[in-house]
Structures are given as C-alpha cells and as structure tokens.
Design a protein around this ligand. Sequence first.
Ligand SMILES: [Zn+2]
Length: 214
Amino acid sequence: MVNFGFIRVYSRPFAVKFYLRSSAVGLVHFPGTKTAKFMALMAKDVHFASSITDENHITDLVRFTERTFLTNSPVPFGAMVLNSSTGERLVRTVNNSRKENDPTCHAEVRAIRLAGKKVKHPILKGYTLFTTCEPCPMCMAAILWARLDRVVFGATIEDASRHCHQIHIKATEVVARSDMKCEVIGPVSRERCYKLFTAPVMIKTFEFWRNNRK
Ligand SMILES: [Zn+2]
C-alpha cells in the first residue's frame, strides 16, 4: 500500500494509471517522491500491497471458510479462483485432507482441480487464486503449473506454523526458482485471516490433530 497522505493507493495497475492520468493534467503531485522511484516501486513484482478489491475478495473467502466452523470438519484454509479481469468467481473450496484421507487436498490444489474441470483445460491463464494462507510449496508449484496470473494470500506460512506443521519455503521463493511466472500478493488482510487459526473451534481442532498424529 502506498499512502499519499490524502489517498491510499492499493492497486499497482490502478496506481500507475492514477499517477499517469493525474500528473498529466497536473491534478496531483507526490511530495518527496521522484517519478522514477515511484514507477520502480509500482513495477515491483511481488509482495506489493493488494487492491481494495483483493481485500474484499479475501474477506468473502474468510466468511466462506468460517462456515466450516459450524461443521464437524473445521479448517482455516480456504481458496477460490476468480477471473482476473472481471472478478467473477469460478470456484471456491476448503482444505479437505482429513475427510478425503489425502494430504494433497489442500484448498489451493482442490480449487485448481475444480477450476480445471470447470474450464475443461489444465491451464488457468487469466485467473487469480485467492487463499486464506500463503500457499505451501506443493500448492505454489500447482499454481505455477496451472499458469495462474496471480495468487493473493492472507495469513503467512509463519502464522500457520504456530498451529500446524508447515514447510518453510516462501511462495515467492518457489516462483523465483521456477521457469513460470506468477505474481504473488500478500499478506492481505492478514489479521482477519489469522483469526481463522485462533478461533476457539480451531484451537480445539489443532489440538485434536496434534493428538491424533500416527
Ligand atoms: Zn498447500
């Protein structure tokens, strides 16, 4: 997020357009901010703050994920795939590893599988994946293989690891070591997403998982 005093600009594409249009007609200037520096910041690929829309989508996803708290399989991990241009939702789902006895059934992998079936193609170019938690290396690899445009995440791997096992490789690191590209945005609404992990029902569930590891 860039704070220009009177306006917070969240979206990189929006910010670039806003800057170019506004400065062209002399409407605004950014004190202490050189154009080149500003544009370089805007061009930065990863870990740039989200757009307001991204935050809205994450909030929707949190609400959807919270619904599992009312079931006998509560999970803090939810994911959805949206059309990158229109924001139209293609699919959304949650982690289902326990129910399916399948460790690969992370929310992101399930969302990619469902999305591929829906568009009848393994390549999801033109789509963005939202997830309540930073993708683990398995999920980030699947995101890259699916050629998704962007991934927007809420809580971080470090946040999740306070409650359950994680693999400590950042999503951006997986991207950096890949031949494929994917923009990684996050953390977005981190606090809101982290509350999924600290909800009383999840604290109990994590404890149950810990005690029932073979
Ligand atoms: Zn994963």
